[in-house]
Design a protein around this ligand. Structure first.
Ligand SMILES: Nc1ncnc2c1ncn2[C@@H]1O[C@H](COP(=O)(O)OP(=O)(O)O)[C@@H](O)[C@H]1O
Ligand SMILES: O=P(O)(O)OC[C@H]1O[C@](O)(COP(=O)(O)O)[C@@H](O)[C@@H]1O
Ligand SMILES: [Mg+2]
Length: 473
């Protein structure tokens, strides 16, 4: 037996403030593990590429903005094929699983994992686990071949099925061991990557020669560190269709208001980018930016102004926006889904009703409000061309990493480069829209909507001043 398993982060420091947040390797806990030359060097498609193999010391900086005195900062291991691999092709038994909610591109990732394993590394034994994590112990598996996955990227969803809940580390690792699986590719969001981390830790504890690799999936784009998640571009593009419809409806009625609800449980990226792309949106509401309805600087006042100016208005609202306001008026039941995610109230329906009540009852004004909820339609489409390419690179990077013996990592794009990121960096936080950043400022200037936060802060300041005896003009 070698040294005891060590799940502490692998941090390597170099000169001028260089830090590598490295990923675990099977050799960390399995001594004298044999290596083999990479079969890719005999592959006619790749053998001609100059410097095809990635140098072992290559890394990618997390932050690329620097000045002359700044330290080199945090880096991640650069993804790609290595000269030496830790598996013989015939010995590999790979498994692929998809977990959590749907996202455009899941099938493309599955397809490209299968093709990379098969065509690049000659791996012939590839299993698909049905129905998410619980599929390891409660469902059947299916055999995947390049032929069986040939057309799947043209379809939305996941051919493997997915689920929430059902993560039982012991049962999953028992099943991995019983089936002789030695490479596990786990496609899913923040919850899934947390689950993958637990599987990795248990595998390391049992000292198994099994590579555990995550591929980040989230339509909400809420996974930290990475540039963006696959399927996000497709979702933004698909959202345009709903916004266009809302705009057409709004323009055609007297005081027409189109309300579109988009996904985004805690992060409003889809709503923000869909708004920026469309230019037909008058107001975008996201979870990160609290808003208020009544009074000066509120949504009702702004809506009235826009209707007077333009005769119509389009509001885009992320599903997680204003949840505190909804809970104030509807009794919140604090329900959760099988994975423990909070079930949200329908803020789109709620805000639509509030706007109708305000104009019809308080203002005695005729409005025509149409509410569009395209959320599941957006999630269910196949990925677009650019997401397909992105999914391909993510999948190929994941396979190169597993073959090279790396484990306990997520394959991700950082500053436009494919990297291997340790699980703990992916699961430690959530990517959110920063409302004091330039991107949100761009949105505010494109819609000219009130900056509710600033309005609130100003009024809070005013209240405080008044309480302190300073009456402002
Ligand atoms: N903290 C956790 N530890 C272990 N497994 C988890 C954890 N959080 C979620 N999971 C599992 O990951 C899977 C997907 O999680 P979920 O939150 O539904 O979606 P997503 O991965 O897209 O965020 C589920 O099977 C769930 O049981
Ligand atoms: O109704 P479902 O299938 O639970 O999914 C709804 C949720 O899935 C999401 O798309 C995000 O899901 P993930 O956590 O799987 O990335 C949210 O925006 C949305 O609230
Ligand atoms: Mg999630």
């Amino acid at each position: 037996m070698g040294s005891s398993p060590n799940s502490k982060p692998k941090i390597i420091r170099g000169s001028a403030g260089y830090v590598l947040e490295d990923v675990p390797h099977m050799a960390d806990y399995i001594p004298d593990i044999p290596t083999y030359s990479n079969p890719l060097q005999n592959n006619p498609a790749y053998s001609v590429v100059k410097q095809y193999f990635v140098h072992v010391d290559d890394s990618v900086p997390q932050k690329i903005i620097a000045n002359k005195d700044s330290p080199r900062g945090v880096h991640f291991r650069r993804a790609g094929p290595r000269q030496r691999v830790y598996f013989e092709s015939d010995d590999v038994q790979a498994a692929i699983v998809t977990c959590g909610g749907l996202c455009p591109g899941l099938n493309t990732v599955i397809r490209e994992l299968v093709c990379a394993l098969y065509h690049m590394y000659g791996v012939k034994k590839i299993l698909g686990i049905n129905g998410g994590y619980k599929g390891f112990y409660a469902h059947n598996t299916i055999t995947l071949t390049p032929k069986s996955v040939n057309d799947i990227h043209k379809r939305g969803g996941t051919i493997l099925g997915s689920s929430r809940g059902g993560h039982d580390t012991t049962k999953i690792v028992d099943s991995i061991q019983d089936r002789g699986i030695n490479q596990v590719f786990i496609i899913g969001g923040d919850g899934t990557q947390r689950g993958a981390d637990r599987i990795f830790e248990e595998i390391r504890r049992r000292r198994l020669k099994v590579a555990v690799v995550g591929i980040p999936k989230t339509i909400d784009n809420d996974i930290p560190v990475i540039d963006k998640s696959f399927g996000f571009d497709t979702a933004v593009e698909e959202a345009q269709r709903a916004i266009n419809a809302a705009h057409v409806e709004a323009e055609s009625g007297e005081n027409g208001i189109g309300v579109v609800k988009l996904m985004g449980r805690y992060s409003g990226f889809i709503a923000m980018y869909a708004t920026l792309a469309s230019r037909d949106v008058d107001c975008c509401l996201i979870p990160e930016s609290p808003f208020h309805l009544e009074g000066p600087g509120g949504l009702f006042e702004f809506t009235e102004k826009r209707l007077k100016e333009n005769g119509h208005m389009v509001i885009v609202i992320a599903e997680g926006a204003g949840q505190e306001l909804v809970s104030e008026s509807i009794q919140s039941l604090n329900k959760q889904d099988a994975s423990g995610n909070k079930l949200l109230q329908d803020v789109g329906l709620w805000i639509s009703q509030k706007i109708k009540d305000y104009f019809n009852k308080q203002k005695r004004m005729t409005i025509n409000l149409k509410y569009i909820d395209p959320t599941y339609m957006i999630r269910a489409v196949p990925s677009n061309a650019s997401d397909n390419v992105y999914c391909t690179l993510l999948a190929q990077s994941a396979v190169h990493g597993a073959m090279a013996g790396y484990t306990g990592f997520t394959s991700g794009l950082v500053n436009g480069r494919q990297t291997y990121i340790p699980f703990y960096r992916i699961t430690e936080g959530q990517n959110k829209v920063i409302i004091t950043d330039r991107m949100w400022a761009r949105l505010l200037s494109s819609t000219n909507q009130p900056s509710f936060t600033i309005a609130k802060t100003v009024s809070e300041e005013k209240r405080e001043e008044e309480a302190n005896g300073h009456i402002s003009e």
